[in-house]
Design a protein around this ligand. Structure first.
Ligand code: NAP
Ligand code: G4F
Length: 391
């Protein structure tokens, strides 16, 4: 880790306990920042993704500090911004699950939408001069056909997406109205071994490992035909930082420029461990069955076993059919190029979930991860810790 940033820059992250927040924290610490994070009080620990980098604040040299708060509580947000006086704020906190937003639309609006204006107001009222990053989402494009870029229209298809559209525009409004350095990163789906377990990619890689470990029989999924532009999360947090290092604030689309169906993801994940899947039936009756399998899985599965089934519970009242980024602007202005392919992402996620299930990983994914220069992050450490706990 670099300790050389002088004067030391201070960052405040909301949502630091989430997938992106944990990678961003590691990234900023490696750049010499002092990092402050907003965490929610919970009756169980919610710091699993950052425990490996947390140190007691009494230890000299500590540069990571956590503060209790909530995006529904303006008083504490103002207090934190005023007292910490961050140079940069990364606003990642949100109720981020699209399917769940249909069940709790009001709460999602309150946190994912209103939470943003609360933070922006905390900045404005405290008079702190800071740069602001808003975690905007490709979900905002919704029904707008691909490829989607910064000029594409928003057509939100969920309470989550509608709340993110509000947050996008309020960020633009504070930039224009109060001359704030405020940027929207319109990020397409990005995944990792730290992805929440109920998002589809992680649900699949985790279930795959559980099936191979003999702890689960099948996976129930929803719409197999939606297409997503899936990238690797650590790369995307680097982009958040890069946006705030520019001379002028602006909004950028970040994605890979390629898209695949959920079915593609499932097939490739199983193929990686030596299981070939064939599909039979239509609609709710569609099933993914084992066509052939590597010898080593023979005591666990056999040809003909149905391991993927549909549960309509996972369908959404309104779906986003196809997201695929046009990343011309990020390539041109930020000189950015995605460096992890779809196949590589799947291998990385499968390997780490196999490790977590105490199975010998295939290994290609872990090698890829090491070869791509993500030295600021430590998948190994955080995941070995969990493996030890499970054992
Ligand atoms: P995530 O893993 O779900 O993390 C969300 C974070 O927000 C967690 O730290 C969570 O805390 C916190 N949070 C939730 N409700 C809160 C509240 N009421 N007060 C304070 N904090 C609260 O999400 P992610 O995948 O890292 O995504 C980060 C951000 O980018 C989110 O805003 C998401 O909507 C957006 N985004 C994500 C993607 C993607 O593909 N991952 C793409 C585009 C945009 P707990 O840990 O306590 O739950
Ligand atoms: O993994 P998902 O839940 O991600 P979704 O809805 O695309 O949202 C994620 O990406 C957004 C960026 O575009 C973020 F803003 C948002 O915060 C979140 O991180 O679902 C992906 C697709 C959907 O089409 C869904 O219908 O997978 C389909 N799907 C099929 N079966 C499923 C399932 N999704 C989930 N979560 N669970 C299933 O069983």
């Amino acid at each position: 880790m670099s300790d050389t940033l002088n004067p030391k820059k201070i960052a405040l992250i909301t949502g630091l306990t989430g997938q992106d927040g944990s990678y961003l924290t590691e990234f900023l610490l490696s750049k010499g920042y002092e990092v402050h994070g907003l965490i929610r009080r919970a009756s169980t620990f919610n710091t699993g993704r950052i425990d490996h980098i947390y140190t007691d604040p009494h230890i000299p040299g500590t540069r990571l500090f956590l503060h209790y708060g909530d995006l529904s509580d303006s008083g504490q947000l103002i207090n934190i911004v005023y007292n910490i006086r961050p140079d940069e704020i990364y606003h990642l906190g949100a109720q981020s699950h699209v399917r769940v937003s249909f069940d709790i639309p009001e709460y999602t609006g309150e946190i994912t939408g209103m939470g943003t204006v609360r933070i922006l107001e905390a900045v404005r009222r405290s008079g702190v001069k800071t740069k602001f990053y808003q975690a905007s989402s490709s979900e905002m494009f919704g029904a707008t056909p691909p490829p989607q870029n910064e000029k594409a229209s928003f057509y939100p298809r969920s309470p989550y997406a509608a709340a993110k559209v509000y947050s996008y525009w309020i960020t633009v409004n504070y930039r224009e109205g109060y001359n704030m350095f405020a940027c929207n990163g319109i990020l397409f789906n990005h995944e990792s071994p730290r992805r929440g377990e109920t998002f589809v990619t992680r649900k699949v890689t985790r279930a795959l490992a559980n099936i191979l470990g003999g702890r689960q029989k099948k996976i129930y999924l929803g719409n197999l035909y939606a297409k997503r532009d899936w990238g690797f999360a650590p790369e995307y947090v680097e982009m958040m930082w890069l946006m705030l290092q520019q001379d002028t604030p602006d909004d950028y689309v970040v994605g890979t420029g390629e898209s695949y169906t959920i079915k593609d993801f499932v097939e490739k994940a199983f193929e990686y461990v030596g299981i070939d899947i064939e599909w039979n039936g239509n609609g709710k009756e569609e099933k993914g069955k084992v066509r052939s399998l590597d010898k080593k899985w023979e005591g666990i599965l056999k040809a003909g076993d149905a391991i993927i089934e549909i549960d309509p519970r996972y369908f959404r009242p309104t779906e986003v059919g196809h997201l695929q980024a046009d990343i011309t602007k990020a390539k041109t202005i930020l000189n950015w190029q995605p460096r992890t392919t779809f196949d590589e992402l799947i291998k990385i996620m499968v390997d780490y979930d196999m490790k977590l299930s105490c199975l010998e990983p295939v290994g290609e994914g872990i090698k890829i991860c090491h070869a791509k220069d993500f030295s600021y992050t430590n998948h190994e450490y955080s995941f070995y810790e969990k493996i030890r706990e499970i054992r």
